[in-house]
Write a protein of this length. Structure first.
Length: 496
């Protein structure tokens, strides 16, 4: 079949595409920035088209000749009006699928509690449910898969569980840790998504999706600690910790920012347990499926230890983050483009220098004044940003679209150029560009540019307030990267 996948740069979409290809389907990806998908190992086997689910014309063009359309986008964390955005996007998607003669829509939503009116649900769950209703009412046969917590390396829910358990041996816990949940392994989610493509035309409904274990969040933390071979955790319940307050606490302890942690925490107020397993009639469970919680955790930890995490929750661009490409005109938009440029001659081969450049960030750090970087990360978290805790998807290799602490890879030319775009909270747009050039023999030249396009008076004030520290931060960075290359491969760099 010809399958259209929206959200291919996200956590689930990025894993679904290769599964569909392996099943023999043809895949077309709809992306606002097609360049972000070019370095994925499956990119050459797919058709990637530019478009936005809020743009009816681009959706209509992408739907041409499509048999099955996967709707894997949402506006989580984009602001107070995200429900309106989700509603409008679902309406456009369903309408254009009907006009194009699409045979089936497949949507991955959230599991909602039975007996609770939708108006009383968290805004996140309420919006997920409304999107499902709109797609089912589109006139196109629709499969709505409703999952609770997805357990897999790199998922937001798993990262939240992992960091809370690993970093806090003693923890005060909100009341929602005693809510019953039915988690599901990401492998079973992907298997069901692929299998849903071949459902008969008369099937158009929602299905509950869950694993074999029903647990409280507290149970999940205790069993995670056991699987990760951590000492037993002490959990002290504090009923007055609301989802709003606990989301800030989650944001401080884990890489998941409060803007994303809050809807996840709010969704745990109500019990989310499957009340049917009808999906097995159309997508039969193979032997050993669905995967239990302990095995799902073990598989996820193994992926992390082996640096084989295909996608992460941060694979999708942070909502509200700048997406403008680096301007080529210094007087871009009639304004200023401030730069800080450094250059060093390095007594190391271009390949050795590139290994250091490509291994930057995450566990390897930024090669200059760690306290300054840490403070900048703390300030960003305090302002609702992502901070430095997102780390890297892969310890040794980067690709376009990867998140890298509070940067995102905008461009990479292996062996020569790495350009990062800032996603921290700033009064303007910022980039960091690292370049490697061969000089002669085993010597190379390292060039480094930090660029900032200020927004208004606040942007001007920001640049000039931090400019005095550039010689320490950026100057030290250039010196230490050169020194690391001259000494040998970066400490901690994991080679494939």
């Amino acid at each position: 079949m010809q399958c259209l996948v929206t959200g291919a740069s996200g956590y689930i979409g990025g894993r679904l595409v290769p599964e569909l290809l392996a099943a023999g389907h043809r895949v077309r990806c709809l992306a606002r920035s097609p360049g972000k998908l070019r370095d994925h190992p499956w990119a050459k086997d797919t058709e990637i088209v530019r478009g936005d689910v809020m743009d009816a014309d681009s959706v209509a063009e992408a739907m041409a000749g499509v048999d099955v359309a996967y709707y894997l986008v949402h506006s989580l964390g984009t602001g107070d009006d995200f429900e309106r955005t989700d509603r409008e996007a679902a309406r456009i998607f369903g309408e254009q699928a009907r006009r194009a003669g699409v045979r089936r829509i497949v949507y991955l939503g959230g599991l909602t509690p039975q007996g609770v009116p939708e108006r009383e649900l968290s805004p996140h769950l309420r919006s997920r449910a409304e999107v499902g209703h709109l797609l089912l009412a589109s006139g196109v046969p629709t499969t709505v898969l409703r999952a609770a917590v997805i357990i897999g390396s790199g998922s937001a829910s798993f990262e939240m569980l992992r960091y809370l358990t690993e970093r806090l041996p003693v923890m005060v816990t909100p009341s929602w840790v005693h809510t019953r949940i039915q988690p599901i392994a990401v492998r079973d989610v992907l298997r069901t998504l692929v299998g849903s493509a071949t459902m008969p035309e008369h099937v158009s409904r929602a299905f509950d999706l869950g694993g074999p274990d029903v647990l409280t969040y507290r149970d999940m933390m205790v069993r995670y600690a056991a699987e990760a071979r951590l000492p037993r955790r002490l959990l002290l319940p504090v009923p007055m910790l609301t989802p709003g307050l606990s989301s800030h606490w989650v944001g401080l302890v884990t890489p998941v920012p409060a803007s994303i942690a809050r809807p996840l925490c709010e969704s745990l107020r109500h019990e989310v347990v499957c009340h049917e397993h009808d999906i097995a009639e159309w997508v039969p469970d193979p032997p050993g499926a669905p995967i239990g919680f302990d095995e799902a955790v073990a598989l996820a930890l193994r992926r992390i230890q082996e640096a084989q995490v295909a996608t992460r929750w941060s694979s999708a661009a942070l909502p509200g983050a700048p997406s403008d490409p680096l301007p080529t005109d210094p007087d871009w938009a009639g304004g200023s483009l401030y730069t800080d440029e450094r250059e060093r001659l390095v007594d190391a081969s271009p390949q050795r220098l590139w290994d250091v450049v490509e291994g930057i960030g995450g566990e390897n750090g930024w090669y200059s004044f760690p306290l300054a970087w840490a403070v900048r990360g703390w300030l960003d978290r305090a302002m609702g940003g992502v901070g430095l805790r997102r780390g890297r998807r892969d310890a040794a290799r980067l690709r376009v679209g990867d998140s890298l602490d509070f940067w995102r890879v905008e461009e990479i030319e292996p062996g020569r150029l790495l350009r990062l775009r800032a996603e921290m909270r700033l009064p303007g747009l910022a980039w960091l560009e690292l370049t490697v050039e061969q000089v002669d023999g085993d010597r190379s030249r390292y060039r480094q540019r930090a660029l900032f396009h200020p927004r208004g008076l606040a942007g001007q004030a920001y640049w000039w307030s931090v400019a005095p520290f550039h010689s320490v931060v950026f100057g030290g960075m250039a010196r230490n990267i050169a020194s690391a290359a001259e000494r040998g491969p970066a400490r901690g760099l994991v080679r494939p």
